[in-house]
Design a protein around this ligand. Structure first.
Ligand SMILES: Cc1cc2nc3c(=O)[nH]c(=O)nc-3n(C[C@H](O)[C@H](O)[C@H](O)COP(=O)(O)OP(=O)(O)OC[C@H]3O[C@@H](n4cnc5c(N)ncnc54)[C@H](O)[C@@H]3O)c2cc1C
Length: 384
């Protein structure tokens, strides 16, 4: 029988943790909820750190207001261990807390540079944003290591804020691991035209000197924070492994957000992780409902967006294909609208909408309802 006072516990202080609290509340209006975060802040939105906060969004707008859901938010509180059989967690302070249901939303940590040199800011948290902001306002020269999402978004935002910026990355052009040719080359040209110093083919390795700058910022990818789950004996396979209801291998423990490896039907039910805002919000909500006794199916259509210099791009589904690469329909200029069509074994797998705001609704419909469409049918539909 349920213990009347045992709270629901959430480990994590990000968007998935906040969404989990809301999911629990939607099922259980009364029972206490405790959220433990090892950050010094209550949950906030991360995407504005490299975008909106540099373009007029104020810091007050990023907070998720988790406590408004009658949630006790404990900041600076790292959960060090879980006892799944005893239904307890233990904080690094030694304090123990029993739980009625548990959600793990421990997310990811930034990948470190080889050799872990001193003085590098790893860009992921509000603290890291504030450090970079202070440097930009002081007129510092800022070097960014990494030519992926974080590097390009932050580099462009800093440049627009008037900072002196250099970008250092191992690839030949920007976003090369994510976007098909010729986009990376064109993007690199646009960055250079705007006065960003580019240093391609710079592989950071132990012993390589850091770029010459007043501040070095790294955005070279992330690693899932699985150690808590693994040490508690939960199944881990590159992420915390969950089933289609976001249930971990331990009874009563659910997981959500960047850290989970879940079965995605778009990929034939194979397990994978996603690192997207929409995934954090949706899986967080459903994991919370599950932990509160109302498990739900989780089968998302992946979605993310990015942009720089007034240009936007979005991907729905997965940007993965067999054969040579996606079918690309691009204009001659970088800011012309374009579409990338990704297929696996002839089935539509993902759509890249390049500078095509407003077409996302049609793109989703195509993926859900017409995955066998030809290029011309897809382009017609997106234009409609
Ligand atoms: C600068 C930036 C821009 C982004 N822009 C976009 C975008 O435009 N579109 C998009 O789709 N996605 C974007 N993302 C990715 C998106 O923000 C992530 O997918 C999302 O934040 C994942 O949320 P999460 O709650 O799962 O994990 P996280 O945000 O990593 O949160 C995990 C939380 O758990 C805490 N924690 C971990 N372990 C413990 C422990 N043992 N005890 C207590 N607390 C713990 C961490 O400190 C952290 O607060 C961006 C990310 C960054 C950094």
């Amino acid at each position: 029988m349920a213990d009347p006072v045992r709270p629901f516990v959430i480990v994590g202080g990000g968007m998935a943790a906040d969404a989990a609290a809301r999911g629990i509340r939607s099922v259980e209006p009364e029972r206490p909820i405790l959220l433990f975060s090892d950050e010094p802040h209550a949950p906030y939105d991360r995407p504005p750190l490299s975008k909106g906060l540099w373009h007029g969004t104020s810091e007050e707008r990023i907070w998720r207001d988790t406590a408004d859901e009658a949630v006790t938010v404990r900041v600076d509180s790292r959960v060090a261990a879980i006892d799944p059989e005893g239904h307890e967690i233990e904080l690094s302070s030694g304090e123990r807390q029993s739980y009625e249901g548990l959600v793990l939303a421990t997310g990811c940590r930034p990948r470190r540079l080889p050799g872990n040199p001193d003085g590098v800011v790893y860009f992921r948290s509000l603290e890291s944003y504030r450090t970079v902001r202070r440097a930009a306002e002081a007129g510092s020269r800022i070097a960014i290591i990494g030519g992926g999402f974080i590097g390009t978004e932050l580099g462009a935002s800093l440049r627009e804020a008037g900072a002196s910026v250099s970008l250092h990355y191992p690839e030949g052009a920007l976003l090369e691991r994510i976007l098909p040719a010729p986009l990376p080359r064109r993007i690199a040209d646009a960055f250079a035209d705007r006065g960003i110093e580019l240093h391609p083919h710079r592989e950071a390795s132990g012993g390589t000197p850091l770029p010459d700058a007043d501040l070095v910022v790294a955005g070279i990818g992330v690693e899932p924070r699985v150690e808590l789950a693994r040490d508690a004996g939960l199944e881990v396979d590159g992420g915390i492994r969950v089933d289609a209801h976001l249930r971990t291998s331990a009874p009563g423990i659910f997981a959500a957000g960047d850290v989970v490896s879940f079965p995605l039907s778009l990929r034939g039910g194979r397990h994978r992780r996603l690192e997207h805002e929409s995934h954090a919000n949706e899986s967080g909500m459903l994991a919370g409902m599950g932990a509160a006794g109302s498990p739900q199916d989780y089968d998302p259509m992946p979605y993310f967006h990015s942009g720089f210099f007034g240009l936007t791009w979005e991907v729905v589904g997965l940007p993965e294909c067999d054969g040579e690469g996606p079918d690309l329909h691009l204009g001659s200029a970088l800011d012309d609208p374009g579409v990338g069509i990704y297929r696996v074994e002839g089935r539509l797998m993902g759509l890249l909408l390049w500078n095509r705001p407003g077409a996302m609704r049609h793109a989703r419909t195509l993926l859900h309802e017409a995955p066998g469409s030809s290029d011309s049918q897809i382009l017609d539909r997106l234009n409609g």
